[in-house]
Design a binder for this molecule. Sequence first.
Ligand SMILES: Cc1cc2nc3c(=O)[nH]c(=O)nc-3n(C[C@H](O)[C@H](O)[C@H](O)COP(=O)(O)O)c2cc1C
Length: 256
Amino acid sequence: MLAPMENMTDSCFRSVCHGADMTFTEMASIEALAKGDPFAWERIKLYDDTPCAIQLIGHKEKPLYDFLSKYKPEKGFCGFNLNLGCPDPEIIKAGHGVALVKRISKVKKLIDMIKSFGYEASVKMRLGLNQFEKDRKVYLNLINNVDADYFIVHARHGKETYADRADWSVFTECVKTGKNIIANGDIKTKKDVEKLKYCKGVMIGREAVFDPLIFLKLKGLEITNIENVKAEYEKLAQERNAHPKYSKHIWKHIGF
Ligand SMILES: Cc1cc2nc3c(=O)[nH]c(=O)nc-3n(C[C@H](O)[C@H](O)[C@H](O)COP(=O)(O)O)c2cc1C
C-alpha cells in the first residue's frame, strides 16, 4: 500500500505508483466535507481506477453522517480510512488524529457508521499519544474492540519523530488479535517486507516518494523506468490541473 502523505500523494502521484495494491487520499476533514468545502471535496476526488481509500480526519458523528449521506462513490473508490495517527498539536487539541487511539467507543461508533452505509472502513493509527499510552497498550485495546476491516499500524507513538526508529516488535501482538494488520514505518526493502510477511500487508510512505517504482520492484515487475514515471506524472498534473505545491514537493525527492 502507498501511504497517505500530505502535500505529496495527490491523485497524480497515486496514479504513477504502479503496482501498489491500495493508495489513500491525503487526510480530509470530516467537518469540512460535511459543510461542502470545495477544497476538502477536491482532495477526495478520484480521477481514475487506481484503487484508493479516502482518508478522513475528525471525531464527530453528526458531520460524518451528513458527509456520508452526500457521498457518491467514484471509480477506484475502496472505502474510507480513519486517521488515528496525525500527531500535529492543533489536531490533537481538537481531539482528532492520534488523540483518538484511546477513545475506543468513539472510534467504534465512527467505524460502525461508515460500515452502516455499506462502505469498507479501515483505521490508520499510531501506538498512542505518548510512551505512557504505548506502555498501556491502548493500540491493542483499540484493535481488539473496533470492528474495522483492517488496521494500518504506524509503529510509533505520537511523541516520536522520524528520527526515532519504528518499533516493529509491536506487530506480532497486533497480528495475534486475529485482525487484519498492515505494518507501517521505515519499510524500504524486499528484506523488510520478507521480515513482515506475518502481517496482512505493508504500507510504504517516504521510500515511495524517493522511488515510485518500489511497488513494481517489490513484486519483481519492472515494466517501466523512472523517466517514464516522471513524464507520466507531469502529464497527469497538467491534465488534472494539480496545485503546483505537489510537483514542487515531489520533485525534491523523486528518482533519487
Ligand atoms: C510529508 C508527510 C505527510 C504525511 N501525511 C499523512 C496523512 O495525511 N495521513 C496519514 O495518515 N499519515 C500521514 N503521514 C504518515 C505516513 O502515512 C506514514 O505513516 C509515515 O510516513 C511512516 O511510513 P514511512 O516510514 O514508510 O514513511 C505523512 C508522512 C509524511 C512524511
